[in-house]
Ligand binder design. Structure first.
Ligand SMILES: [Zn+2]
Length: 293
């Protein structure tokens, strides 16, 4: 198989939709560690991967978003990073077989680097390197460093993937709209700053995920495409603008509506496309229909 970043220059590749809501559908309880299901409830995780594969995804994404030692520490599982990351990649590989790619999810640590926080760049790098090595050992093709908002953290993760593995590295930021019409991450990083820093750190593909739905994503993708220096651009919008309904966050966009907006993202130049919060196998099936027509 070609590398993901090579194939993404030739055709549109479809990723999975949300993992968290699907785990809840399978019985994940509040306060439970979702990633531990890779080890303890692997049948449910496998079933979710299969649902997305059946919907038409080209790239199966692992259930490892919060698998750094920083995040697992909250569950007393920090010594099991390698085991859980490896199990997540192995599970995804089982479903992917030889004709679908495996992309390992690597989310933020939830901590801040000095001087805002207490952590050093080296300790972030080491934590990401531990995950990256386990993903490679479990058979992943790519790592997606996703939902990032701090540039130093994102770059530490990208370098950890590039230095310690031969895997494709996707770097993906989450941006919010500013009152002046521009976009920036929660930590004040503009899309063009992110692109330059992520490419310098060694990212093969750059992208944006999560955030406030596909309308905003379209403007962000336009900036990414204009600054990506010919590298593929990935977009993973949420299913619309989140609304709070009696204390519960709802993502209002159905599959059809999501598909219409995704088509615009593809026209704008996104060539790796999937769904973030609120998206389901039905959303991915609609993506597949649009890409195939
Ligand atoms: Zn999201």
């Amino acid at each position: 198989m070609k590398r993901v970043e090579e194939l993404a220059l030739e055709k549109v590749l479809i990723c999975d939709g949300a993992m968290g809501t699907e785990l809840q559908r399978h019985g994940l309880q509040p306060g439970e560690c979702p990633e531990l299901w890779c080890v303890e409830k692997s049948d449910a995780v496998r079933a979710i991967h299969q649902d997305y594969r059946q919907a038409g995804s080209d790239i199966v994404e692992t259930n490892t978003f919060c698998c750094s030692r920083y995040k697992l520490r909250k569950f007393g599982l920090e010594e099991r990073v390698a085991e859980i990351c490896l199990a997540g990649a192995v599970l995804a590989r089982e479903v992917a077989g030889a004709d679908q790619y495996v992309m390992a999810s690597m989310g933020p640590t939830g901590e801040f680097m000095q001087p805002i926080g207490l952590e050093s760049e080296q300790s972030f790098y080491d934590a990401f390197a531990e995950q990256a090595a386990a993903f490679a050992a479990g058979g992943a093709d790519a790592v997606i460093v996703e939902t990032m908002t701090a540039i130093e953290e994102c770059c530490a993760a990208v370098r950890a993937v590039r230095d310690n593995t031969d895997l494709t590295c996707i770097a993906s930021f989450t941006f919010d709209p500013l009152s002046d019409g521009r976009y920036a991450s929660m930590m004040g990083v503009f899309p063009d700053q992110f692109v330059k820093a992520a490419l310098d750190a060694g990212a093969h593909i750059i992208g944006a995920n999560c955030g406030l739905g596909a309308e905003h994503m379209l403007k962000i993708v336009e900036i990414l495409v204009a600054t990506a220096d010919g590298k593929p651009v990935m977009a993973m919008p949420n299913a619309g603008m989140p609304i709070l309904e009696s204390g519960v966050t709802i993502f209002p966009e159905g599959a059809e509506q999501f598909g219409v907006k995704a088509a615009e993202l593809i026209t704008a130049g996104a060539s790796v496309i999937g769904g973030c919060c609120g998206t389901t196998p039905a959303h991915i099936a609609e993506l597949k229909r649009i890409v195939s027509r």
